[in-house]
Write a protein that binds this ligand. Structure first.
Ligand code: GLY
Length: 337
């Protein structure tokens, strides 16, 4: 069984498998007992199918409610309590079967339990396949913000079963598309052209290209102290929009990419017309490009956790496929927005 590609990090490499019906690949990476963590949407669709592939192995499972609210300390400790109850140790394995919420929550539980137990990511949404399952960022939310309690904890393998995309709602596909468009914008101009044809969106080769783009940044800056921040393109405004409007993450990132690019065009950093190209691409995937200027989201922007005392470091693009990190002083920000 050959991996589609590998993620390279400062603490080691791991394979990513993209394919149809590849739940069976999990068997090769499970050691000892196995705890599958999933959510209430995914459980009825795929838990049994995965358990069937793990016959002969002692398997337990935890199902958390679907949705962002599960990224909380109660659900985190529910998983940890189950691991302790069944006497899991570092020779055993945890599987995250679900989207970004399940991956982030389970990844953090796996990283904390006994200072780290084997983790397999099995993403079931487009967004988690191309982004959150790869690169080791795991976290829960706190009253003061999203992903405030987290760590870097890498899985031993990522197994993306494309069949699971068939049961996703259109809006979830759009959210994944937003992150894929992001990779085209910051790193891979040809990918941006490929995405121009919607038929290409779910091709294994397109997903592979996105994950390869992610690997480019994770390899160079696993701990997100420098160039990896480029992956935040669209996320600085996007996080504010997400909090203020309740839009889904990918929808908010789409808006963020357009608005941040309008801003950098205004600053003279970005080739004129680039924001319009992004807008056209977003429309293709039924993603909106703007929210009202006087909306609440601006308030959150000034509280962005990546903000330093002097201003906010934005990931901008100069042109499609070419990016730059830039600190924008708070004093300039109001005029630019
Ligand atoms: N999702 C952004 C990152 O992994 O750095």
């Amino acid at each position: 069984m050959e991996a589609t590609l590998n993620i390279h990090t400062s603490t080691g490499d791991y394979p990513v498998f993209i394919g149809d019906d590849n739940f069976k690949n999990a068997r090769d990476f499970v050691k000892g007992k196995c705890m599958i963590v999933t959510d209430s949407n995914v459980e009825p669709l795929y838990l049994e199918a995965l358990k069937n592939e793990l016959k002969g192995i002692q398997v337990h499972s935890v199902t958390v409610p679907a949705g962002e609210k599960s990224k909380c300390k109660e659900r985190l400790f529910e998983i940890i309590d189950e691991l302790a109850k069944y006497e899991f140790n570092r020779q055993d394995t945890v599987i995250a079967l679900g989207g970004g919420v399940v991956g982030d929550l389970t990844g953090l539980a796996a990283g904390l339990y006994m200072r780290g137990i084997r983790l397999i990511m099995m993403p079931t949404t487009l967004l988690s396949m191309v982004d959150s399952s790869c690169g080791g960022k795991v976290a829960i939310n706190h009253d003061t913000g999203k992903n405030m309690i987290g760590m870097f904890y890498q899985p031993v393998a990522v197994i993306a079963n494309l069949k699971t995309l068939l049961t996703l709602e259109d809006v979830q596909i759009s959210c994944g598309a937003a992150e894929m468009i992001k990779y085209g914008c910051i790193y891979d101009r040809e990918l941006f052209s490929i995405l121009d044809d919607r038929e290409n969106l779910l091709l294994p080769s397109t997903l592979q290209r996105c994950i390869a783009a992610k690997d480019y940044y994770v390899t160079r800056d696993t701990l997100d102290k420098g160039i990896r921040m480029t992956l935040n393109f669209g996320h600085t405004i996007g996080h504010g929009v997400e909090k203020a409007t309740g839009l889904l993450h990918g929808q908010a990132v789409g808006i963020g990419m357009y608005m941040e690019t309008l801003m950098s065009e205004k600053m003279g950093i970005t080739k004129a017309g680039t924001a319009n190209k992004i807008k056209a691409m977003l429309e293709k995937y039924n993603l909106q490009h703007s929210v009202s200027q006087d909306a609440e989201w601006k308030k959150y922007l000034f509280h962005d956790k990546k903000g330093a005392e002097q201003g906010i470091t934005f990931a901008f693009i100069k042109d499609i496929g070419e990016s730059a990190l830039l600190l924008v002083p708070y004093s300039d920000l109001e005029d630019l927005l």
